[in-house]
Write a protein that binds this ligand. Structure first.
Ligand SMILES: Cc1cc2nc3c(=O)[nH]c(=O)nc-3n(C[C@H](O)[C@H](O)[C@H](O)COP(=O)(O)OP(=O)(O)OC[C@H]3O[C@@H](n4cnc5c(N)ncnc54)[C@H](O)[C@@H]3O)c2cc1C
Length: 305
């Protein structure tokens, strides 16, 4: 039976039943959440978690730039952090950012304050919660390089503090328990001239604009590279996909990007099943031609139809 808003009492944030989520996702696909919760602040989130039955699945969404939300919707509760969770404060070289702060905003705030090292965040279109979960990064810099510690709320509503070592980070992956909802991160950069930091950020963004379909309905890199960075002769997913002849391949309204073939695109009327199915076609083609099992980097969430 679906969990309904009436189960809760004294919750100040919004509780929305059968809430359509597709408009909030980068791919613009997917079904409804049984229940969507938009907490007003940390205490509200804690109280909500205390009242949520232990067997109810809880899914957190940030900017939904790294997810395929399936057509059958999401069972249980979806939590989306609200603007009060998006504050950014800078003291010296320390940057404290709420989990709902967009990575770009954090990079811009750091640059303005003359703090270097967080430039790479300007190239990642997600929010800080997703960056913590995915060890987001680009061009040889990633979240783990600048993270000091993060705060989260666990299933029982307790606040948990984790140091960077507790995350067990590897390439685009963390070992942090799935149940944690991150609420805040502390990063450490280094002092530099704001103009120099802003210049590096602009160059980085131009490089991405040239190489990636960043204005499309997409989910970013679909598959993790099979070899970690630094491996001699590192195999890249896009090269394997290209060699398998899948650049530009289609399924329903979904297409493998012509510009960067590790990106899948919703051409306008794709379903989540089209996009995920096309991804599986790509995996099968790469398996057949190169004997490599590509690992999904994009999270696939919810019920298939
Ligand atoms: C055009 C484009 C380019 C991209 N380029 C890059 C890139 O260069 N480098 C890169 O690393 N990524 C890239 N991505 C992928 C994506 O932006 C990152 O993975 C980003 O960190 C995801 O953040 P998000 O807020 O959108 O997370 P979501 O997509 O909403 O969620 C991703 C995962 O994080 C979890 N999560 C989100 N918020 C929280 C929270 N508060 N607490 C606990 N778990 C949470 C979700 O449950 C889910 O498992 C790109 C995406 C697009 C669309």
């Amino acid at each position: 039976m679906k969990l309904r808003a009436a189960h809760y009492s004294g919750i100040r944030g919004k509780l929305l039943e059968d809430a359509v989520l597709a408009p909030f996702t980068w791919f613009r696909v997917g079904g409804a959440a049984d229940l969507l919760f938009l907490p007003q602040d940390v205490e509200d989130l804690q109280e909500f978690l205390r009242q949520t039955p232990a067997d109810t699945p809880i899914t957190v969404l940030g900017a939904a730039s790294n997810v395929i939300l399936r057509d059958g919707g999401v069972e249980g509760v979806v939590v989306r952090l609200t603007p009060p969770f998006g504050q950014i404060a800078i003291e010296g070289t320390k940057v404290v950012a709420g989990a709902a702060a967009l990575d770009l905003k954090v990079a811009q705030a750091a640059a303005k304050a003359g703090v270097a090292g967080l430039e790479f965040f300007s190239g990642v279109p997600g929010a800080i919660g997703g960056a913590l979960r995915m060890n987001a990064g680009c061009y040889d810099a990633e979240t783990k390089d600048v993270l000091v510690e993060a705060r989260a709320v666990d299933r029982t509503g307790e606040i948990v503090t984790m140091t960077v070592d507790d995350f067990g980070y590897s390439y685009r992956h963390s070992e942090a328990p799935d149940e944690l909802i991150f609420i805040e991160a502390t990063f450490e950069g280094r002092l530099d001239e704001p103009e120099a930091v802003l210049e590096r950020m602009a160059a980085l963004r131009q490089r991405r604009e040239d190489a990636q379909p960043i204005r499309e309905k997409t989910g970013g890199s679909t598959f993790a590279n099979p070899d970690p960075p630094g491996t001699p002769d590192q195999r890249k997913s896009w090269q394997l996909i290209d060699a398998a002849g899948m650049r530009g391949a289609r399924k329903g309204g979904a297409q493998v990007s012509e510009k960067h073939c590790n990106f899948l695109i919703n051409m306008g009327d794709a379903t989540a099943a089209d996009i995920e199915g096309l991804g599986e076609d790509v995996r099968a083609a790469v398996r057949a031609t190169a004997g490599v099992d590509l690992r999904w980097e994009i999270k696939r969430i919810g019920r298939a139809t």
